[in-house]
Design a protein around this ligand. Structure first.
Ligand SMILES: [Zn+2]
Length: 336
């Protein structure tokens, strides 16, 4: 706590003394690229539940305004990486990326990006494009949070064998894992898994249909993906088909190829940039990605990309509700 407060005071003092601006004009910063990572922009109250994944649309707009005030050079990812290699990046260069492809990207992010004239890369996971349903593992957690219940279960028909305390994030994970294991064991498909979440919602007194109708936690459908891809400056790229990174060569390649085929079908463009789902990467993935013709891959490691960064292990700043404006600026100007 004290350490954090001291850091904040220190950064504020540096900013007050004009050192942020000075650092922002330095050669050190000029040769680095800040890649921003976002996930969802809330349609309802998602950021109150999971502020590490969802932020209010107003906060996103604030960040974009901050980039403009700082005269940041927001570049398309492909161009930014080319110029990082060439050593020709402009001052305070930034690339904006979004993971997953939630419906809220279409609703909230695209208009703001257009207004500011900023390009962005969207890493799209494609399995859920065909379903007008929330992503099951997120829906389970959201329903439990929404219920305000202290405990859940036993509900053996959902795979929950005992009473579980669900006031904490960890407790909700226990229920989620039990339900996913149950679905796996019984070969339950995506629609069936959503029926299980509906039953869980009923058991804990949460109305599920309004959640489905609100389209929170849902991935864009093919028409929305196509409309997004047709927006100038928006690039749709790889994030695996089922949001997973199997350690098996064949299965891993299948994830990339299914994902690429679905994206190409919806956008008419072949994707070549990749983002590791859940930031999960391993050394063996690198040759597999090259085999698929992937040019770059981003992680969730926190840093600015340098000319010597491995193009298949590019760090990013995961910007979420826990990142203060001061933190954001300190990365933008390259103070940290
Ligand atoms: Zn993801």
């Amino acid at each position: 706590m004290w350490k954090k407060a001291a850091k904040t005071v220190g950064l504020s003092a540096l900013r007050g003394a004009g050192l942020f601006q000075m650092a922002g004009r330095s050669d050190r910063r000029r040769n680095r690229l800040l890649i921003l990572c976002y996930h969802g922009l809330s349609l309802r109250d998602e950021h109150e539940w999971l502020g590490g994944l969802f932020i209010p649309p107003a906060l996103f707009r604030e960040r974009m305004a901050l980039l403009r005030r700082a005269s940041a050079n927001v570049l398309p990812l492909g161009e930014a990486l080319q110029r990082l290699r060439d050593g020709s990046l402009p001052e305070r260069s930034v690339a904006i990326t979004f993971d997953d492809g939630f419906y809220d990207f279409h609703v909230h992010a695209v208009p703001v990006l257009r207004e500011f004239g900023f390009p962005a890369t969207l890493y799209l996971t494609t399995h859920y494009c065909q379903y007008r349903l929330p992503i099951v593992n997120l829906a389970i957690e959201y329903v439990l949070w929404k219920s305000g219940r202290e405990t859940v279960g036993p509900l053996p028909e959902l795979g929950i064998e005992s009473e579980v305390a669900v006031t904490t994030y960890d407790g909700r994970q226990v229920v989620k894992q039990a339900m996913l294991r149950f679905s796996e064991q019984h070969g339950i498909d995506t629609v069936g898994r959503n029926d299980l979440v509906a039953k869980l919602a009923e058991a804990v007194g949460v109305e599920y249909q309004p959640i489905v109708d609100s389209r929170i936690l849902q991935i864009m459908n093919p028409e929305e993906v196509a409309a997004t891809a047709a927006t100038a400056g928006i690039d749709i790229e790889l994030h695996t088909h089922r949001h997973r990174t199997p350690r098996n060569h064949e299965l891993f390649l299948r994830e990339i190829r299914d994902n690429a085929a679905a994206i190409t079908e919806m956008t008419g463009r072949k994707p070549t940039h990749f983002c590791y789902p859940s930031g999960d990467y391993a050394a063996e993935f690198l040759p597999w990605l090259r085999e698929c013709g992937v040019e770059s891959a981003t992680t969730c490691e926190l840093a600015l990309a340098r000319p010597g960064s491995d193009p298949l292990l590019l760090p990013r700043l995961l910007d979420d509700c826990n990142v203060t404006g001061l933190d954001f600026e300190s990365y933008l100007y390259g103070v940290r």
